[in-house]
Design a protein around this ligand. Structure first.
Ligand code: SF4
Length: 305
């Protein structure tokens, strides 16, 4: 699967650059904005119980394969070419004999340019998706306190994965905010991780103890601006500076999420303007900066999009 995935990633990089160019020309010249990214929530089931997440408390739900393919077809017909597969834990998704990679292959067959998987990393990282983001929220003790004992298992799965486009997603909160440099140093030692994308804790379920106050938020963002000079941090300078100003467009209409038959603009919580002002979903700050033609954001997006 490794060689197959490697060739596929190279092809996807070329096609995605073309998609980006086409999208930017449409946005700036033709004033036409086709949808850019859709996340598909495949399942509510998860094998972790993270402190910041309540998905696993919902009714267990797996989309049927027929519902998934209908959603995949529908987004393609709207003009979408980038699909994010998420959960719950997407590697747990199944419908009869169908598994996650059947969805990935179906989406590639339909013509999607990029299929991305967001996973907690506790299951073997074997997929023909173009890019895989693994959630790790700090060094071992901190990560395990936040997400349950899983750090060692995740690191083992990362080491054993043949996937050529593995990245870490890490969400900064009040618990891990003081070990960002140590965490970045740790990740630098993992050869097959291509980089880390940082988010800030977002109070989706109301204000909580993990939230960063305004001063800490600014300090953390400034620290990331320094760390990205000599660490493989995916957040661009433009994206972090936009986060410092808290001025990226929201909700971001180019992005959407499909969950149980409903399509949400930006995320499942759009419409809550107070929450949006405190949003720490920094990948949307990146997309906003790409649409504003900021070179550092465009350069970064080509790496993982
Ligand atoms: S909280 Fe608001 S800005 Fe953030 S992802 Fe959700 S809808 Fe978008």
């Amino acid at each position: 699967m490794a060689a197959h995935v490697h060739q596929q990633s190279a092809r996807a990089a070329v096609r995605t650059s073309w998609l980006g160019l086409r999208y930017l020309v449409g946005h700036h010249v033709l004033r036409h904005d086709p949808p850019l990214i859709r996340g598909l929530v495949l399942t509510n089931r998860c094998n972790l119980h993270c402190r910041h997440c309540r998905v696993s408390e919902r009714d267990p739900m797996d989309l049927s394969f027929a519902e998934v393919t209908a959603a995949v077809d529908a987004f393609y017909a709207e003009g979408g070419r980038c699909l994010y597969l998420e959960g719950g834990e997407p590697f747990l998704w199944r419908d009869a004999a169908h598994r996650l990679d059947d969805i990935v292959q179906y989406a590639h067959g339909v013509g999607y340019l990029t299929v991305v998987v967001y996973t907690n990393g506790t299951l073997p990282l074997r997929t023909s998706a173009d890019t895989v983001f693994v959630s790790v929220d700090g060094l071992q003790a901190t990560h395990d306190a936040l997400r349950g004992t899983s750090f060692e298992r995740i690191m083992g799965n990362i080491r054993e994965s043949p996937h050529p486009s593995l990245f870490i997603n890490s969400t900064i909160n009040s618990r891990n905010k003081d070990e960002i440099r140590a965490f970045c140093d740790h990740v630098e030692g993992i050869a097959n991780i291509r980089g880390t994308f940082f988010y800030l804790h977002t109070p989706y379920y109301g204000h909580d103890a993990l939230e960063l106050d305004a001063v800490e938020r600014q300090r953390v963002l400034r620290e990331l601006l320094v760390l990205r000079r000599d660490h493989r941090i995916l957040n661009s300078r433009a994206g972090l500076e936009s986060a410092l100003r808290n001025d990226w467009a929201r909700p971001l209409g180019a992005c959407s999420v499909y969950e149980e038959g409903v399509v949400y603009e930006c995320c499942r919580y759009s419409g809550d303007l107070d929450l949006c002002r405190q949003c720490g979903y920094l990948s949307y700050a990146e997309i906003d900066q790409v649409l504003k033609l900021k070179p550092s954001a465009i350069g970064n997006a080509v790496k993982y999009f």
